[in-house]
Design a binder for this molecule. Structure first.
Ligand SMILES: Cc1cc2nc3c(=O)[nH]c(=O)nc-3n(C[C@H](O)[C@H](O)[C@H](O)COP(=O)(O)OP(=O)(O)OC[C@H]3O[C@@H](n4cnc5c(N)ncnc54)[C@H](O)[C@@H]3O)c2cc1C
Length: 361
């Protein structure tokens, strides 16, 4: 996945509209934090990382853990109305390390029951003919890749928090981190941060289309203004995905003061993304003869279109991610889907015949 797109992104709305992929970012520097269990711990981001972190801390006996997410709560993992639409949310593969982490927290079985299994790949090299896909079954791994919608994984973790750790972990949705001020130069006194709070009811019914969420900047251009509130925390944990609001604030602070907590400097390194892609999710029904436990992928010779499909259900329902370059005219609003269809028919006919017109639009 890392080779075809440029980094993780967060979304809770349907992904079957064109949406931008975010720039990959890494964080450099060392912070002298506190590991005290006393006082409030705030986690920014209730995605897989934020919720797993909250569960881990709660299991170690921490209390007063608050998790903030700018989006509305995730869908119920058992809601058939949501999950019968197999291409509404993108799927992610959980490899050996992810499975081991969730096993260590004792929650792997809760996640695994919603996963499909991938035992290998079927790839078409650029320019390969319809019948020239190469199948490779993974025999070199001690685990099988498990596949789940990112939002369903989040829904499972949220349910675990609510059922098992409700006294220790408090979830705040529609809460977006804006700024942080550290109490003292050493960072030992914790921090005060500002949260913009939105009405979750409004969020869940009137979510902006995913294509308008500015994922690198964390802005909400389509939303009304929220209420600002100030929160104190002894320990602040950034789990805000590609948005990296917290890391960006830390960098700004470091540039301003360059002392105390930031005296060794703190820098967010953003790699130049020279292959920005946008993607949409597309439902695929596998034809007879195609195995239901493979990761199917192909790309056109000129690199214009990539397709990558994973099993969304054990019944042969697949969800494909179709990627185009960010500036591709085919991805512009109101483009006639016939153009994309013609290109797919010519270059990726094995997939084109599995996709209906509505999904390509
Ligand atoms: C098409 C696609 C395919 C992918 N395939 C894979 C795969 O196969 N395997 C894999 O491991 N990964 C895959 N990924 C990446 C995967 O989505 C991320 O690795 C994973 O979601 C990271 O989890 P996270 O909790 O760190 O961040 P996220 O899932 O991005 O969650 C961050 C959370 O923080 C919240 N947030 C952001 N900013 C703020 C703020 N300022 N205030 C409050 N909340 C905030 C967001 O709303 C979000 O809920 C894929 C991504 C895409 C787009």
């Amino acid at each position: 996945w890392a080779r075809t797109t440029s980094g993780p992104r967060s979304l809770r709305g349907p992904a079957n509209q064109w949406a931008c992929s975010a720039s990959a970012a890494a964080v450099e520097g060392k912070q002298e934090g506190t590991s005290s269990r006393e006082g409030r711990t705030a986690i920014i981001g209730a995605g897989p990382t934020g919720l797993a972190t909250a569960i881990m801390l709660a299991q170690r006996g921490w209390r007063d853990i608050h998790v903030y997410d700018r989006l509305s709560p995730p869908p119920n993992p058992d809601d058939d109305n949501v999950w019968s639409d197999t291409a509404k949310f993108y799927l992610i593969g959980i490899g050996g390390r992810g499975q081991r982490a969730l096993k260590n927290f004792g929650i792997w079985d809760d996640v695994d029951k919603y996963c499909t299994t991938v035992v290998g790949r079927m790839d078409w090299a650029p320019g390969a003919g319809e019948d020239e896909g190469i199948e490779r079954i993974f025999t070199d791994r001690p685990y099988l890749t498990k596949v789940i919608a990112r939002d369903r994984l989040v829904g499972v973790l949220e349910r675990i928090v609510k059922e098992k750790y409700a006294e220790q972990v408090h979830l705040h949705y529609g809460n977006e981190l804006r700024t942080v001020a550290w109490k003292d130069k050493e960072g030992k006194g914790g921090c005060e941060f500002e949260i913009e709070e939105f009405d979750v009811e409004t969020l869940s019914t009137a979510r902006p289309p995913t294509s308008t969420i500015t994922i690198t900047g964390g802005e909400r251009s389509m939303m009304d203004k929220g209420r600002m509130k100030k929160v104190n925390a002894k320990l602040l944990i950034g789990a805000d995905g590609a948005a990296r609001t917290l890391a960006n604030v830390m960098q700004e602070e470091s540039e301003k003061s360059g002392q105390g907590i930031f005296k060794r400097g703190f820098r967010v390194v953003r790699y130049v993304d020279d292959n920005q892609r946008i993607y949409k999710t597309i439902p695929l029904k596998l034809p007879k003869g195609w195995r239901g436990d493979l990761n199917y992928s192909a790309r056109t010779q000129d690199g214009r279109i990539n397709i990558d499909a994973l099993p969304a259900s054990p019944n042969g329902d697949y969800c494909a991610v179709l990627l185009l370059r960010a500036n591709d005219p085919l991805a512009a609003a109101n483009t006639d889907p016939k153009e994309l269809r013609a290109l797919m028919d010519k270059n990726l006919p094995q997939f084109s015949k599995l996709i209906d017109d509505e999904a390509l639009g």
